[in-house]
Design a binder for this molecule. Sequence first.
Ligand code: NAD
Length: 501
Amino acid sequence: MSVSLSRSFPLNQHVTSIIDGESVVAKREGFDIEVVNPTDEQVISRLREADDTEVDAAVRSARLAFDQGPWPRMDINARKDILYSIRDHLRKNAEELAYLECLNTGLPLRSVQVHVDRMARNFEFFAEVASNVHGETYTQTAGYLTYITREPKGVAGCIAPWNAPLALASMRVATCIPWGNTCVLKPSEYTPLSMRRMVEIFHEAGLPPGVVNLVNGRGAVTGQALVSHPDIDMIGFTGGTTTGRAIAATAGRNLKPVALELGGKSANIIFESADIERALDGALAGIFSNNGQQCLAGSRILVQRGIADEFIERFVARAKNIRLGDPMLADTEIGPLAFRAHLERVLSFVEVARRDGAKLLTGGARANDQSHGWFMQPTAVLAPHNDAQVCQEEIFGPFATFLIFDTLDEAIQIANASKFGLVTYVWSDDLHTVMRCSRDIRAGTVWVNTPLMRELRAPFGGYKESGIGRDGPQASLEFFTELKSTIIPIDAVKMHRYGAA
Ligand code: NAD
């Protein structure tokens, strides 16, 4: 299915910030960033970067909405009604959101439609969670009642990446505002189109002004101004590990808490005891869905020696058959990479692999049957050992790295020999093998005989350099709320009377 929406591009207006519920008018002067369609390399819009002053205005709006506005003080049913209205408005505008996302990111429309549904559900789910928050009381100390309440923490800086803006930015916002917090969202400068429409829709759905403000621009300018702003109370970040480290350093200096969802180099382990057909489908989906640009990609495929030759041969045959093309078309399986510099970076790993002594199994070049666009052939290499750079670095594209192992212990050791620890995929019908992997692999999520299943009720996040903190009902409650202890005597307590005669 292709979408019926049509717009003329380039859009004649700049993509600007939304502050206090109002679209900021682009000043005559300012720094512009071209927004490009990765499928045909045409400029489709321009983004006007928010400078320090504009970021300050956005933070002040969020601050005012938190300190004096209705949102944190609202009856939970009223707040929930607005969050449900956001869900409904997102669904009503799903076609337009998916179109803008597909146009700007090159993600296949099929995947984006799933993301749009996920985005709407994020608001519904966390609205429900927030409406069930409860406190504690302590009465053990004679004569006293102590009760513990949860309060929203304040103003959040929410920063999102370009690889799946709707799914990921909505997660940042949906885990933050239901408790009564307000925020300033900074999406990636590469993919602002769907983000701007998403924030407009929040307001059309009845969100009070100032609760979600949007600023656009480069990380080093707009992002840096946001994370170093003294009136921000916490930072929720999804993006690369290097950026996460810089943000955590700034936040640390200002004593602001951070939740970081970072990169990965996840092991996808195929045991001889697996259902091979399913493992093959899962391995291909694990590395090639979302154009290979996903934190939770199963990018290190570990295959047990007894099945390795046949498995790899069949994987390569399927990879050669993948349909590259216009992401708007229903049967396209892989679209272009999101921007030129990214394509060049991913391609550079072909040479890195060669220097590592890896064997190129398929792909390894720009797709030459596409005259325009940043398309890369689905690529796979066989690495000589796990220390190879292609086994250790996140490549973030349609680039699979195979390794061969002999024993269960060796597979676990290789899976853990990484600075990352986001997810692991395990393919086996042997219970002992599965249980050992579940217990011994140091990753935030272990998927057994299934790829890419996201359970909103379960915490999601990474060990080691894949992050700090989790998204999920309990983890988000703890990150986005403060605990307050109120201590009250039931009868008048006897006190020492300083200075009394
Ligand atoms: P990135 O780190 O380059 O950028 C992410 C965001 O941070 C962008 O909005 C960018 O403008 C901003 N930014 C950059 N420098 C900044 C600074 N100094 N201060 C404040 N903001 C700054 O990441 P990316 O290339 O957009 O996204 C890809 C990365 O994101 C990959 O490493 C991927 O694994 C990771 N990711 C992780 C998850 C997860 O849930 N763990 C999900 C998706 C993507």
